[in-house]
Design a protein around this ligand. Structure first.
Ligand SMILES: CC(C)(COP(=O)(O)OP(=O)(O)OC[C@H]1O[C@@H](n2cnc3c(N)ncnc32)[C@H](O)[C@@H]1OP(=O)(O)O)[C@@H](O)C(=O)NCCC(=O)NCCS
Length: 179
């Protein structure tokens, strides 16, 4: 399966093994992991394994996060996209078997509206190309940027629940209420 999405300033495509340095830069940064359990990666092997995991999702779940490229520089800036959470290991509180919209960028690319721009395209792709019925989003309550993005792209706040010593805001949007 090959994915390709374009916005005004970004390209989203399959995550490739050759993105390893970019993923390492992204996921070894403690600032990036501040609201993601504070457990940044330490080795290139971990970056390689996470790329492998995403690529296995493309095959097995027919969707996964997309590598995101800044058009103006051609640089890998992080990822944005949809993850199908499935099985007992990917449960979030009482939530299981759901399509999660998410984004994660290298800090020097923050504050330019890229996450919002990518998430708008991803949401459209999820509803109109993949025909997903319900798109979900989860963000720690302290993660202001992420909460803003989920609301701005149209997801509706549903509830709050505790998860691993933090509070999570949970959002959903149904296809019938989109657009
Ligand atoms: C979350 C993240 C992707 C946001 O990326 P971004 O490209 O900077 O986001 P945007 O520029 O589209 O900004 C979205 C909104 O949040 C606001 N914002 C961004 N960072 C903020 C901060 N630290 N505090 C308050 N507001 C912030 C922006 O001003 C913007 O609001 P506006 O539309 O009202 O102007 C980025 O911070 C990141 O990669 N964080 C680490 C990973 C992560 O937490 N992912 C989400 C997990 S739920």
């Amino acid at each position: 399966m090959t994915f390709y999405l374009e916005t005004e300033r970004l390209i989203m495509r399959d995550l490739l093994e050759s993105d390893i340095q970019g993923i390492f830069e992204l996921d070894s940064n403690p600032d990036v992991h501040k609201y993601l359990g504070n457990n940044p990666i330490k080795t290139l092997k971990q970056a390689k394994d996470s790329i492998k995991f995403v690529r296995s999702q493309y095959k097995e779940r027919h969707i996964g996060r997309f590598a995101t490229i800044e058009k103006s520089s051609g640089n890998f800036i992080g990822w944005s996209g949809i993850k199908l959470n499935t099985g007992n290991k990917e449960v979030l509180g009482t939530k299981r078997d759901f399509y999660d919209i998410g984004y994660r960028f290298i800090p020097r690319y923050w504050g330019k509206g890229y996450a919002t721009e990518s998430a708008i395209a991803v949401l459209n792709f999820g509803f109109n190309k993949l025909n997903i019925e319900t798109m979900c989003g989860a963000a720690e309550t302290g993660n202001i940027a992420s909460n803003k993005i989920l609301q701005k792209i149209g997801l509706k706040y549903i509830e709050q629940f505790p998860y691993e010593d933090e509070m999570i805001n949970w959002y959903e949007l149904k296809k019938e209420n989109y657009g």
